[in-house]
Design a protein around this ligand. Structure first.
Ligand code: PGA
Length: 228
């Protein structure tokens, strides 16, 4: 069983979601499909498809205009939430400490955080990848409880570039050493039908986090079946 996680980011409307759910319902797979949707699409008929969100507040409730709490997500039967995506870290200045608090808040409400870590281009080019990932893990990941780690090199997201298999493997092994065997590890960054099978066959890759290619069933379905 592999995790196939869709990250719709700020894309999609109600009819796109209904269409995707209709298509996914007809698929038989042993893999775990999770649709991480914008907040506006969490409501409605999810027909047994596992739903995730893309962010959660680090606070319980209160005067935090525009934020959404873990308790609120719970009301929509959200089972997973992405925290610390590079786009949140970059555009919303989320630090490791904030990501850590968000992950703990999700856990407290029985929502499994999918914690994203990844090196930026200059770290990659200067051979600092593992060092950067280790720091992020130590500072962002809760001490205990259920969680998933998504390794997403910043420079691979939405760029059509991916690390080599050896590079992915080295990072996954390093993450495995730190988090242990029980934590699922995902790779994300330009996963598409043509590379999904290869990436999913790398040791310690328990699944993929898919952005762009998850928006349409034509590109999402081959990724789901690549993992069969
Ligand atoms: P991408 O995005 O598949 O479009 O590169 C992945 C992600 O950011 O989760």
């Amino acid at each position: 069983m592999k995790f196939i996680v869709a990250n719709w980011k700020m894309n999609g409307n109600i009819s796109d979601k209904n269409e995707m759910i209709k298509n996914l319902k007809n698929i038989t797979t042993d893999n775990k499909i999770i649709l991480c949707l914008p907040f506006t699409l969490l409501n409605g008929e999810n027909s047994g498809i596992t739903i995730g969100a893309q962010d959660v507040s680090q606070h319980e409730n209160g005067a935090y205009t525009g934020d959404i709490s873990a308790q609120m997500l719970k009301e929509f039967d959200v089972k997973y939430v992405i925290v610390g995506h590079s786009e949140r870290r970059t555009y919303h200045n989320e630090t490791n400490e904030i990501v850590h608090n968000k992950a703990e808040m999700a856990q407290k409400n029985n929502i499994v955080p999918i914690i994203c870590v990844g090196e930026n281009l200059s770290e990659y080019e200067s051979g600092q990848t593992i060092k950067s990932i280790e720091k992020m893990l130590h500072e962002s990941v809760p001490q205990s409880g259920k969680y998933i780690i998504a390794y997403e090199p910043y420079w691979a997201i939405g760029t059509n570039k991916t690390p080599t298999d050896d590079e992915i493997s080295n990072v996954m092994n390093a993450i495995r050493q730190i988090v242990g065997n029980d934590i699922p590890l995902l790779y994300g960054g330009s996963v598409k039908p043509s590379n999904a099978q290869q990436i999913l066959s790398i040791k310690n890759v328990d699944g993929v986090l898919v952005g762009n290619a998850s928006l349409k069933i034509d590109t999402f379905l081959p990724i789901i079946t690549a993992a069969n």
